[in-house]
Design a protein around this ligand. Structure first.
Ligand code: PEP
Length: 252
């Protein structure tokens, strides 16, 4: 089974109409409207701040999809939230759940992340579900325990694995410039795939993309992409730059 390489760009709480227009124009120029790359299939998904979703959708190269960075698991009296239903209604196919900034700054628990993930899938969205350990958890030897706990909460509610991409993002590597070594990342990705095989089933383990996030940039993407269980990336800071195209082109 071949897993199509997947590259996500998470713009977080950055961008303006002007910066989006300029960045997308540069991507279009270097990719002949998104058609060229290295000629191999790659799924590309960009997550702008929600208010700029339509701006990005209009400006991105034709084969770039759009995602939101989070969603809520209900419509109704929830001021400030955006329900998964609305994301679908706007023709946006993807959403990120459980990003470490949602977990740490906004105190989202494993259960909240699992509920959002299940709800988004039930409405027809595909989900980039994020997990990852803190530095102190890694230093305490708890890397696999933490990632398996977070994955297990998500897995318990997933009904359609074809709609899920797992993003392993060690929190100590996000926005810090400290990238996990290819060996460190591969070790966790292989363990997560083994966990899926044992606890969901071998077919899901084989077909589910497990992508890496944490200070990925053009200079380190190739080596990471060469690891057997790294099926792509979720990229923050480097996805706000013209040379993000080299990350998209990084797989062998
Ligand atoms: C992210 O926001 O998911 C991320 C990995 O950020 P960065 O690439 O900037 O570390």
């Amino acid at each position: 089974m071949t897993r199509t390489f997947f590259v996500g760009g998470n713009w977080k709480c950055n961008s303006t109409v002007k910066s989006i227009t300029e960045l997308c124009a540069s991507w279009k120029e270097s990719t002949d409207n998104g058609a060229k790359y290295s000629g191999k299939p790659v799924e590309i998904v960009i997550a702008p701040p929600s208010i700029y979703a339509q701006t990005a959708k209009d400006a991105l190269p034709a084969n770039f999809q759009v995602s939101l960075q989070d969603c809520y698991s209900s419509t109704g009296a929830f001021t400030g939230e955006i329900a998964a239903d609305m994301i679908v209604d706007m023709g946006i196919p993807w959403v990120i759940t459980g990003h470490s900034e949602r977990r740490t700054i906004f105190k989202e628990t494993d259960e909240v992340v699992a509920t959002k993930t299940a709800y988004a899938i039930s409405k027809g969205l595909s989900v980039i579900a994020c997990i990852g350990e803190l530095l102190e958890e890694r230093e305490a030897g708890k890397t696999l325990e933490v990632n398996e706990r977070q994955l297990s909460a998500i897995a318990a509610t997933v009904t359609d694995w074809s709609k899920v991409v797992i993003a392993y993002e060690p929190v100590w590597a996000i926005g810090t410039g400290k990238v996990a070594t290819p060996e460190q990342a591969q070790e966790v990705h292989a363990a997560l795939r083994a966990w899926l095989s044992t606890n969901v089933n071998p077919e899901v383990a084989e077909s589910t993309r497990i992508i890496y996030g944490g200070s990925v940039k053009p200079a380190n993407a190739n080596e990471l992409a060469g690891q057997a269980d790294i099926d792509g990336f979720l990229v923050g800071g480097a996805s706000l730059k013209p040379d993000f195209i080299s990350v998209i082109d990084s797989y062998a």
